[in-house]
Design a protein around this ligand. Sequence first.
Ligand SMILES: [Fe+2]
Length: 376
Amino acid sequence: MKTFFITDYKDYELTWPRSSRPSARGIILIDNISDYSTLAPHDKIALAYSTKHQFYKFPGGGIHEGEENETALIREVEEETGLEVIPESIEEAGLVSRIMQSELFPETIFVQDSFHYFCRVKMSSNGTPLIKNQNLDDYEKDDGFELRIVTLDRAITTNLRFKSDNQAKLDMIARETLVMEKLCGLEENLPRAFAQALLEKCVAKNPGPWREHSYAVAQAAEKIARATQYLNPDFAYTCGLLHDIGRQMGYTYLAHVYDGYHFLKNLGYDQLAKICLTHSFNLHIIEDYIGKIDITDAQYEELKTLLATTQYDDYDRLIQLLDSTCGADGTKNMEARMNDVKERYGYYPEGKWKKNFELKAYFEQLMGRDFYEVIK
Ligand SMILES: [Fe+2]
């Protein structure tokens, strides 16, 4: 089975023993979709909806000892939704792995593999799915799960608004949402509450003005994306919020680019990791970095190659522009911010300075509006 993504928290020692809990989950196709590999955001699927917390998830659950994956899928889908999977329709979709320190056992690595399968269910003559009785376990009953047939983009939009203080729930919903986004080729949008919780957790490791700077860039990015009428404001916000996430490792320079990129890569967020990589290099060259080269030669070469093989898009350009505009004190003035950097580091490359003005003019053309007017 191919891998959708791996979320590796890297909070364990490799020598620890492993415990695992595999599960099978159904991507239940309702529309007349012939090619499973190219789902569209408007395609309808059957999902479990929590009436208590207002989120969607793929029906499924734990595979019993010795049980075949497909058997577990059929059993779990029926228990959770009352739907009857047609065994012949089952096709592999993708694997999502989560690797982290076990919360139950000390010094143990917990591996959670979720095997996702495309499938179809028995229908009634009026074109709606046949529904037998649901058989929820206690925690599922508490969440008030019921079957809903919705488009993928409706489910994603609903999940992005999900708010909770419960980190395990936030993690689970972020995972389900990312699978939905990958299925139909959308941007890696995280539920806002999850992205904020992630930032706060990282800021707690290394408190500093980068927190306020990250929020300032996020808010400005959202406004500009909305004003362009084609960039996704939610994704732009997340890009802004997490672009400096590498600062969690300490007071670092080029290392924050390297660390941020790998941190988000390890969580399965490739597009957001790309923002960490590109945000300091508006001219697309690593030699332009303002600040100490505090990574090894091998890491420097790795970054250089990554940059050279990465194509910039408007989200990269947007965060480059706003990183050079937003201060940690809430100010939003490009020249003041660049002068502040110049003062702190003793120089500011001329080409880089000029490029920021070009980026500002570029986004003003896309918006048909004044840059400062939009972000104020
Ligand atoms: Fe940065």
